[in-house]
Design a binder for this molecule. Sequence first.
Ligand code: OXD
Ligand code: MN
Length: 590
Amino acid sequence: MLTNNQNVIKWVDEMVALCKPDQIVWIDGSEEQLNALREEAISTGEMEKLNEEKLPGCLLHRTLPNDVARVEARTFICSRKEEDAGPTNNWCDPKEMYAKLTPMYDGVMKGRTMYVIPYSMGPIGSPLAKVGVELTDSIYVVLNMDIMTRMGKQAFENLGETSNDFVRGLHSKANIDPENRYIVHFPEDNTIWSINSAYGGNVLLGKKCFALRIASYQGKNEGWMAEHMLILGIENPQGEVTYISAAFPSACGKTNLAMLIPPEVYQKQGYKVWTVGDDIAWLKPGKDGRLYAINPENGFFGVAPGTNAKSNFNALESTKKNTIFTNVAHNLDDNTVWWEGLDKNPPEHAVDWTGKPWNGKTSEEKGAHPNSRFTAPAINCPCISPEFNNPEGVPISAMIFGGRRAKTAPLVYQSFDWKHGVFVGSTMASETTAAATGAVGVVRRDPMAMLPFCGYHMGDYFAHWLEMGEKLGDKAPKIFNVNWFRTDDEGHFIWPGFGDNMRVLMWIVARCKGEADAVETPIGYEPKPEDINIEGLDIDLDTVKGLLNVDVDLWKEEAKGIREFYAKFGNKLPKELMDQLDALEARLAK
Ligand code: OXD
Ligand code: MN
């Protein structure tokens, strides 16, 4: 046992009595213990050791084909009152859910070892950090949690001997039975139960389950925010850094933006970009009244396909050592890994993500699953921020929302004020692409990119955003919306994206510093086209004008769509947001 905290000990005892493992191993986080677990996982075939020269310390793992992604349909928020979960979450009465799951956990770890993982979300000792304990029967989970969190004894030291403020996570692979797979949150009990999955997003309970679903609920009660946001810093040639956080729905390039490489025009002048986080931000007002953010995670759980030296050099570099690869192709020629979009040279002698022999030169099938992942330590990232471990976090000057919109949303606009910014975030949307199943071009609303991750009623969540704005007053970050994905009539992206997105961020930074003008439109403030720097790009000023165009007819349709969406929230929708919608419609009608 690594702690004298009776709350922890009592709960672990109860869960042991329920799951009946053969053995209990408390994870202290020492390299010695972790190495023994790596060896054990390699010896049983759970993990494969990769080329020690090319990928030192790296491991490969495959999950079952029925277990490759988060399962939103089987994810529950079990608050006591149904209305506290709201219309966007699956809900079940907590008593009923405990009664249903308890028999499934009964004896589930017979013949297995239970690992007790203490971890901190956020730097140890940070006033913004929180402790969790995950019980699991999976070595894969232990090794991933080691990368993604501050794991081990130190987390218990942070908790202290008497505190009860830790998140209780119980995970069992059980039989990886998709019919009995459950990812369940009991926000009022600080508890997460996950069963019958071994896929990262469902089982690394510190990430989406704790750091977003449970933490968003805690943040509402405790006066802070847990958001699905990347955090980056832009350093100017004078050495001043401006921090920005940004929320995009899954698969809209958060990791790419977080790690962007400045275009040459800015590099020449001495600008730098620093990554603080690529997925989750915890934000709290600091002593000076500004909003400070930490990245509660300690690594990146990134999507592998499409990651290459051009699309995201820094992410690729991050995966060169001490990384776990899940569901990518295994190159047997040199015992390395490959995924679609890595390079134009797929291996001929390989094993695909399902474990079958695979020839990348001739096969029609994909070598890596589209949701295959790398779990990479943040310290591997060449542009990791020097403030990454700062317990106080970094002050946020701007918050950005965005999604994939072919025509409606312009390249960038700024909200009129915080309230209007909350409106913009609450109406965030993406259009489905051909990559997803179902119809193309359908608008999916995903407020603040939190639709699958908000642990309580989204109407209350919007109200919490509005309250935070009241509290922050004129120190509140400025709120912007971006859209990298406008297309021309042939469906081609107009804006180059990737590193060139920095050109848009530079206008945002200038706005925060009061150094750039803006034009007022019915939807918000826009840059003058000439204020977007296009030096060295293949596009001209007219193209920028086009990218900034606000099509009033499309926006009238958009407003109708928002009204329909808002109806879902009933009387929990803050009146301020309905007022914002009315005001938008009035401006469009002028
Ligand atoms: C993720 C997601 O894995 O948002 O980060 O789905
Ligand atoms: Mn995410």
